[in-house]
Design a protein around this ligand. Structure first.
Ligand SMILES: [Zn+2]
Length: 277
Protein backbone atom coordinates (compact mmCIF):
# COMPACT_ATOMS: atom_id res chain seq x y z
CA UNK A 1 0.00 0.00 0.00
CA UNK A 2 1.38 3.39 -0.93
CA UNK A 3 1.08 6.96 0.22
CA UNK A 4 -0.99 8.99 -2.21
CA UNK A 5 1.46 11.89 -2.45
CA UNK A 6 0.66 14.84 -4.66
CA UNK A 7 2.69 17.95 -5.24
CA UNK A 8 0.62 21.09 -4.72
CA UNK A 9 1.70 24.68 -5.49
CA UNK A 10 5.09 23.51 -6.69
CA UNK A 11 6.50 22.30 -3.40
CA UNK A 12 3.87 21.59 -0.77
CA UNK A 13 3.49 17.84 -0.29
CA UNK A 14 -0.04 16.69 0.43
CA UNK A 15 -2.09 13.50 0.33
CA UNK A 16 -2.86 10.75 2.80
CA UNK A 17 -0.02 10.10 5.22
CA UNK A 18 0.87 7.13 7.41
CA UNK A 19 1.65 8.43 10.88
CA UNK A 20 4.50 5.97 11.41
CA UNK A 21 6.19 7.02 8.17
CA UNK A 22 6.31 10.79 8.66
CA UNK A 23 8.33 13.05 10.97
CA UNK A 24 7.34 15.12 13.97
CA UNK A 25 7.52 18.42 12.02
CA UNK A 26 5.13 16.89 9.48
CA UNK A 27 2.69 16.06 12.28
CA UNK A 28 3.02 19.56 13.67
CA UNK A 29 2.23 21.10 10.29
CA UNK A 30 -0.77 18.82 9.74
CA UNK A 31 -2.15 19.47 13.24
CA UNK A 32 -1.80 23.24 12.79
CA UNK A 33 -3.71 23.12 9.51
CA UNK A 34 -6.89 22.54 11.52
CA UNK A 35 -7.94 20.08 8.84
CA UNK A 36 -6.38 16.90 10.22
CA UNK A 37 -8.43 13.73 10.37
CA UNK A 38 -6.88 10.55 11.77
CA UNK A 39 -8.12 7.13 10.74
CA UNK A 40 -7.27 4.31 13.13
CA UNK A 41 -7.77 0.93 11.42
CA UNK A 42 -8.68 -1.88 13.83
CA UNK A 43 -8.67 -5.58 13.02
CA UNK A 44 -7.89 -8.86 14.70
CA UNK A 45 -5.90 -12.08 14.34
CA UNK A 46 -8.58 -14.64 13.54
CA UNK A 47 -9.10 -17.68 11.31
CA UNK A 48 -10.87 -16.98 8.01
CA UNK A 49 -11.13 -20.50 6.58
CA UNK A 50 -8.21 -22.55 5.27
CA UNK A 51 -7.84 -20.27 2.24
CA UNK A 52 -7.46 -16.80 3.82
CA UNK A 53 -4.87 -15.24 6.15
CA UNK A 54 -5.52 -14.67 9.85
CA UNK A 55 -4.91 -10.93 9.48
CA UNK A 56 -7.67 -10.41 6.92
CA UNK A 57 -9.81 -8.04 8.99
CA UNK A 58 -6.80 -5.81 9.78
CA UNK A 59 -5.75 -5.72 6.12
CA UNK A 60 -9.35 -4.96 5.09
CA UNK A 61 -9.56 -2.02 7.50
CA UNK A 62 -6.33 -0.62 6.00
CA UNK A 63 -7.61 -1.03 2.45
CA UNK A 64 -10.90 0.73 3.27
CA UNK A 65 -9.03 3.53 5.07
CA UNK A 66 -7.03 4.22 1.92
CA UNK A 67 -10.15 4.02 -0.25
CA UNK A 68 -12.02 6.48 1.99
CA UNK A 69 -9.09 8.91 2.29
CA UNK A 70 -9.25 10.33 -1.23
CA UNK A 71 -12.93 11.26 -0.80
CA UNK A 72 -12.13 13.00 2.49
CA UNK A 73 -9.20 14.87 0.96
CA UNK A 74 -11.51 16.12 -1.78
CA UNK A 75 -13.49 17.78 1.01
CA UNK A 76 -10.45 19.49 2.45
CA UNK A 77 -9.25 17.05 5.14
CA UNK A 78 -5.61 16.13 5.68
CA UNK A 79 -5.88 12.41 6.32
CA UNK A 80 -3.39 10.63 8.55
CA UNK A 81 -3.66 6.86 8.94
CA UNK A 82 -2.40 5.68 12.33
CA UNK A 83 -0.72 2.27 12.68
CA UNK A 84 -3.33 -0.48 12.68
CA UNK A 85 -4.44 -2.13 15.90
CA UNK A 86 -4.08 -5.70 14.65
CA UNK A 87 -5.28 -7.40 17.83
CA UNK A 88 -8.88 -7.51 18.94
CA UNK A 89 -11.54 -9.53 20.72
CA UNK A 90 -12.16 -12.81 18.88
CA UNK A 91 -14.00 -15.24 21.06
CA UNK A 92 -16.17 -16.94 18.43
CA UNK A 93 -13.20 -18.41 16.53
CA UNK A 94 -10.89 -18.94 19.49
CA UNK A 95 -10.72 -22.74 18.99
CA UNK A 96 -8.98 -22.38 15.61
CA UNK A 97 -5.17 -22.43 15.62
CA UNK A 98 -3.74 -18.92 15.48
CA UNK A 99 -6.83 -16.99 16.57
CA UNK A 100 -5.83 -14.54 19.31
CA UNK A 101 -8.14 -12.61 21.60
CA UNK A 102 -7.77 -9.63 23.88
CA UNK A 103 -10.05 -8.99 26.81
CA UNK A 104 -12.50 -6.24 25.74
CA UNK A 105 -11.09 -4.01 28.49
CA UNK A 106 -7.59 -4.29 26.96
CA UNK A 107 -8.86 -3.13 23.57
CA UNK A 108 -10.91 -0.33 25.11
CA UNK A 109 -7.90 0.97 27.08
CA UNK A 110 -5.60 0.70 24.09
CA UNK A 111 -7.87 2.80 21.88
CA UNK A 112 -8.36 5.39 24.62
CA UNK A 113 -4.58 5.65 25.12
CA UNK A 114 -4.01 6.12 21.38
CA UNK A 115 -6.79 8.72 21.17
CA UNK A 116 -5.42 10.71 24.12
CA UNK A 117 -1.90 10.66 22.70
CA UNK A 118 -3.08 11.85 19.30
CA UNK A 119 -5.11 14.65 20.87
CA UNK A 120 -2.12 15.82 22.92
CA UNK A 121 -0.53 16.78 19.60
CA UNK A 122 -3.60 18.46 18.19
CA UNK A 123 -4.85 15.44 16.25
CA UNK A 124 -8.26 15.50 17.85
CA UNK A 125 -10.51 14.27 15.05
CA UNK A 126 -10.45 10.48 15.14
CA UNK A 127 -12.18 7.85 13.02
CA UNK A 128 -12.00 4.29 14.34
CA UNK A 129 -12.37 2.09 11.24
CA UNK A 130 -13.07 -1.45 12.36
CA UNK A 131 -12.81 -4.49 10.05
CA UNK A 132 -13.84 -7.22 12.51
CA UNK A 133 -17.40 -8.21 13.37
CA UNK A 134 -17.63 -9.39 16.98
CA UNK A 135 -20.12 -7.97 19.44
CA UNK A 136 -17.74 -7.56 22.41
CA UNK A 137 -15.03 -6.14 20.16
CA UNK A 138 -17.39 -3.55 18.66
CA UNK A 139 -18.75 -2.67 22.10
CA UNK A 140 -15.23 -2.06 23.43
CA UNK A 141 -14.55 0.33 20.54
CA UNK A 142 -17.81 2.12 21.15
CA UNK A 143 -16.98 2.51 24.84
CA UNK A 144 -13.59 3.98 23.92
CA UNK A 145 -15.39 6.43 21.63
CA UNK A 146 -17.77 7.41 24.45
CA UNK A 147 -14.93 7.99 26.92
CA UNK A 148 -12.86 10.10 24.51
CA UNK A 149 -15.92 12.10 23.54
CA UNK A 150 -17.22 12.66 27.09
CA UNK A 151 -13.88 13.78 28.44
CA UNK A 152 -13.68 16.11 25.40
CA UNK A 153 -10.38 14.65 24.30
CA UNK A 154 -11.44 14.35 20.70
CA UNK A 155 -14.29 14.13 18.23
CA UNK A 156 -14.56 10.39 17.58
CA UNK A 157 -16.56 8.29 15.14
CA UNK A 158 -16.78 4.50 14.87
CA UNK A 159 -17.19 3.27 11.28
CA UNK A 160 -16.99 -0.08 9.47
CA UNK A 161 -18.32 -2.82 11.74
CA UNK A 162 -19.90 -0.92 14.65
CA UNK A 163 -22.36 -1.67 17.43
CA UNK A 164 -24.96 0.31 15.46
CA UNK A 165 -26.34 -2.04 12.75
CA UNK A 166 -27.63 0.87 10.65
CA UNK A 167 -24.26 2.55 10.65
CA UNK A 168 -22.56 -0.73 9.74
CA UNK A 169 -24.99 -1.22 6.86
CA UNK A 170 -24.32 2.34 5.61
CA UNK A 171 -20.58 1.57 5.55
CA UNK A 172 -20.46 -2.02 4.34
CA UNK A 173 -23.77 -3.08 2.84
CA UNK A 174 -24.99 -0.19 0.69
CA UNK A 175 -24.33 -1.04 -2.98
CA UNK A 176 -22.66 -4.38 -2.21
CA UNK A 177 -25.30 -7.20 -2.30
CA UNK A 178 -26.03 -6.59 -5.99
CA UNK A 179 -22.42 -7.56 -6.81
CA UNK A 180 -22.92 -11.09 -5.48
CA UNK A 181 -22.36 -14.10 -7.73
CA UNK A 182 -23.27 -16.55 -5.00
CA UNK A 183 -26.43 -18.63 -5.35
CA UNK A 184 -27.17 -17.78 -1.70
CA UNK A 185 -26.08 -14.17 -1.16
CA UNK A 186 -28.09 -14.16 2.08
CA UNK A 187 -25.74 -16.85 3.43
CA UNK A 188 -22.46 -15.12 2.61
CA UNK A 189 -20.49 -14.29 5.73
CA UNK A 190 -17.13 -14.76 7.41
CA UNK A 191 -14.54 -16.16 4.96
CA UNK A 192 -17.14 -16.38 2.16
CA UNK A 193 -17.60 -14.55 -1.13
CA UNK A 194 -16.95 -11.01 0.11
CA UNK A 195 -13.80 -11.52 2.11
CA UNK A 196 -12.38 -13.89 -0.52
CA UNK A 197 -13.05 -11.28 -3.23
CA UNK A 198 -11.41 -8.51 -1.23
CA UNK A 199 -8.33 -10.66 -0.61
CA UNK A 200 -8.07 -11.78 -4.25
CA UNK A 201 -7.86 -8.14 -5.29
CA UNK A 202 -5.93 -6.49 -2.46
CA UNK A 203 -3.51 -9.22 -1.30
CA UNK A 204 -3.77 -12.17 -3.74
CA UNK A 205 -0.41 -13.59 -2.66
CA UNK A 206 -1.93 -14.38 0.74
CA UNK A 207 -4.84 -16.40 -0.70
CA UNK A 208 -4.42 -20.15 -1.05
CA UNK A 209 -6.19 -20.55 -4.40
CA UNK A 210 -5.65 -24.34 -4.59
CA UNK A 211 -7.65 -24.68 -1.42
CA UNK A 212 -10.38 -22.28 -2.64
CA UNK A 213 -10.94 -24.63 -5.59
CA UNK A 214 -11.71 -27.45 -3.17
CA UNK A 215 -14.07 -25.60 -0.79
CA UNK A 216 -17.71 -26.59 -1.09
CA UNK A 217 -20.21 -23.85 -0.20
CA UNK A 218 -21.31 -23.75 3.42
CA UNK A 219 -24.87 -22.45 3.30
CA UNK A 220 -26.57 -24.75 5.82
CA UNK A 221 -25.43 -23.17 9.04
CA UNK A 222 -27.37 -21.64 11.92
CA UNK A 223 -27.56 -18.02 10.73
CA UNK A 224 -29.09 -16.59 13.90
CA UNK A 225 -26.47 -18.28 16.08
CA UNK A 226 -23.76 -16.96 13.73
CA UNK A 227 -25.08 -13.39 13.84
CA UNK A 228 -25.92 -13.43 17.54
CA UNK A 229 -22.65 -15.21 18.45
CA UNK A 230 -24.51 -17.73 20.58
CA UNK A 231 -22.43 -20.59 19.13
CA UNK A 232 -18.76 -20.65 18.24
CA UNK A 233 -17.44 -20.78 14.67
CA UNK A 234 -15.93 -24.24 15.07
CA UNK A 235 -19.25 -25.91 15.88
CA UNK A 236 -21.19 -23.72 13.42
CA UNK A 237 -18.94 -24.64 10.50
CA UNK A 238 -17.86 -28.16 11.54
CA UNK A 239 -14.29 -26.93 11.77
CA UNK A 240 -14.13 -25.41 8.26
CA UNK A 241 -14.14 -21.80 9.49
CA UNK A 242 -16.00 -20.16 6.60
CA UNK A 243 -19.62 -19.24 5.89
CA UNK A 244 -20.93 -18.98 2.33
CA UNK A 245 -19.14 -19.74 -0.91
CA UNK A 246 -15.45 -18.79 -1.23
CA UNK A 247 -15.52 -19.99 -4.86
CA UNK A 248 -17.98 -17.20 -5.72
CA UNK A 249 -15.31 -14.64 -4.85
CA UNK A 250 -13.18 -12.97 -7.52
CA UNK A 251 -10.73 -10.08 -7.77
CA UNK A 252 -12.97 -7.88 -9.93
CA UNK A 253 -15.72 -8.01 -7.27
CA UNK A 254 -13.10 -7.25 -4.64
CA UNK A 255 -11.98 -4.13 -6.48
CA UNK A 256 -15.57 -2.90 -6.70
CA UNK A 257 -16.29 -3.66 -3.04
CA UNK A 258 -13.28 -1.62 -1.94
CA UNK A 259 -14.29 1.38 -4.06
CA UNK A 260 -17.92 1.22 -2.87
CA UNK A 261 -17.11 0.75 0.80
CA UNK A 262 -14.43 3.47 0.69
CA UNK A 263 -17.01 5.88 -0.69
CA UNK A 264 -19.66 4.69 1.79
CA UNK A 265 -17.34 5.17 4.77
CA UNK A 266 -16.27 8.64 3.61
CA UNK A 267 -19.97 9.48 3.15
CA UNK A 268 -20.75 8.47 6.74
CA UNK A 269 -17.87 10.61 8.05
CA UNK A 270 -18.83 13.62 5.93
CA UNK A 271 -22.43 13.22 6.99
CA UNK A 272 -21.39 13.48 10.63
CA UNK A 273 -18.74 16.18 10.38
CA UNK A 274 -19.24 17.94 7.05
CA UNK A 275 -16.31 19.15 4.94
CA UNK A 276 -13.13 20.51 6.57
CA UNK A 277 -13.31 24.22 7.32
ZN1 LIG B 1 -13.32 -11.09 8.65
Amino acid sequence: MQNGFQILNGNEVSGMQHLAKITFPDVDRIARSGRALVILPVGVVEEHGAHLPLGLDSFAAEVYAEAAASHLEEKGYEVVVAPTISYGVARAAIDFPGTLSLEPETLRSLVIDVGRSLARHGLDRLVILNGHRDLSHMKALDEARTTLTEEQTAQVLCVGFTSDPELTAACYREGVPELSRSVRPDREGHGGEWETSLALHAFPDLVNQDIVARLEPNFEYDVSAFRGETKDYWSLSSGSGYFGSPQSGNAETGKKIIAIRGRNIAGVILNAWGPAK
